[in-house]
Design a binder for this molecule. Sequence first.
Ligand code: FES
Length: 581
Amino acid sequence: MTNSNGKVLRSEAWFGPRDLEGFLHRSGLKNQGWDEDSFSGKPVIGIANSWSEATHCNAHLRMVAEHVKRGVIAAGGFPLEFPTISLGEFFLAPTSMLYRNLMAMDVEEMIRGLPIDGVVLLSNCDKTTPAMLMGAASADLPAIIVTGGPQLKGNWRGEELGSCTDCRRYWSELRAGTITQAEYDSMEEAIYRSPGHCMVMGTASTMSVICEALGMTLPGGAAIPGADSRRRVFAERAGATAVDLVRRNMRPSEILTEEAFENAALSLLALGGSTNAIIHLTAIAGRAGVDLPLARWEELSERVPVIANLKPSGKFLMEDFFYAGGAPAFFKKILHLLNRDCTNVNGQTLAENVAHADCHNDDVILYPAHALYPDGGISILHGSLAPDGAVIKRSAASPKLLQHTGRAIVFSSPADLSRRIDDPDLDITEDDVLVMQSAGPIGGPGMPEAGFMPLPRKILEQGVRDMVRISDARMSGTAFGTVVLHVSPESAIGGPLALVRDGDMISLDANSGRLDLLVDDAELERRRSELQSRDMTNGYIDRGYMHVYNRHVMQAQHGCDFDFAVGRTPVATHVEMEGAH
Ligand code: FES
């Protein structure tokens, strides 16, 4: 394929020349059993696969890749599957978020380095989707993402359960003594019973819908369960679309516009989606050259009702969302808020793509007039305790705690919290505020999902199930409670969170967006002077990847990306036949 400037597709410059290099490149495919007619002169489509047995949500992506290949071949392209690193929530210590930027770099550099003209990104678990989009946005080669879909609904003794909202809920019940260990154990295989990501509106589900809101995946794909054959049909269509994207020379930069990011942010808010996705979307926007400051989230959140009636904010699960019409039906109900003309990878506008979308269950995808939370699901907070911002998912909080002043009970780290939270001598009441330090991007390290602090056993035994909790950590999108997250600047770099002491009074007013430490300035200055100077490594290893991480990770309001990775450096899609790579 030659473009109007007489240049060829970048893959052709690898596989076309009848010289030693061309010989070697062709041989590398022939030794895998491919005939030259299979790839010669055809768009080469990379399939970036985050399949891994250590990422259970992505463990079926090998099968999905086979269906992508069918679509690529049927459309006249040639598929070239390659692995990326994979980030699973369950099997990666200290936290998968520590490695999101590493995966984004892996994806970007493989796209840049391999002889491909376009790429299909296969992701699913929480961090794999943003990492794929970050890398693809920076490389800017034609790209489409295919997520692996949610798990089927859990079913335990006839009760429909969602991971991991209900694992957490019943964990509290176990700690309170209302269910037995054997009952809790029997829930494991009843919840996790099929391929896919967590099936509540957690981070993975939120990111899947965000892919669709951004236009980076085909319409209707976000919610198809991983076990449903329509997921495979969808993958095949995506493979064919990737070939078409190359023929149209349509790059992510044409799709990932400021308006597309606004659609994604509005969708996240209307979903009552995961607070983690705020960080991820901010990072993806940064790669695409779009600024998405917290102030913009504040403006948007004021006008977006939560209409997805899904756990943990609502009642249903992703399988119900799919049967109700999925993301297209959801977008149609908030189309008046969205930028209708944004382009999808299929070349059509958002408005065109949802024109015939029907909602089959108005209890799952609500009309805005019947919103679950008319005033929005997420609030951005500022104040003396969070000068650079903090986040609260009000749709998952207890309404009575959204305005609360209480005495701080401070834990110096997640480890300190685990050690002392169930201490019978801990001086605490349900009106106190749990504060945890050293769990931010640097302090964690990696900003672990430790923000959903367990309540002290003695408080649980009193029948209390929620208290105000504040930290610089993240929280799983599947969790619930009155939990203030992403406090910035984080305590490890001397943010005000580091100055809080037991007994200080803290005021939270989510309705007016305030989070204040009620301690006078002179006392805070005195405490600040006592802070140790910052240890760049926070006691963690300081070589290899961590050496880079410790010095370059940015704070939550900047998406926790590396300062040097922001922006894009587009790969040349067409090159002269000579000097190809
Ligand atoms: Fe992968 Fe929840 S563990 S999405």
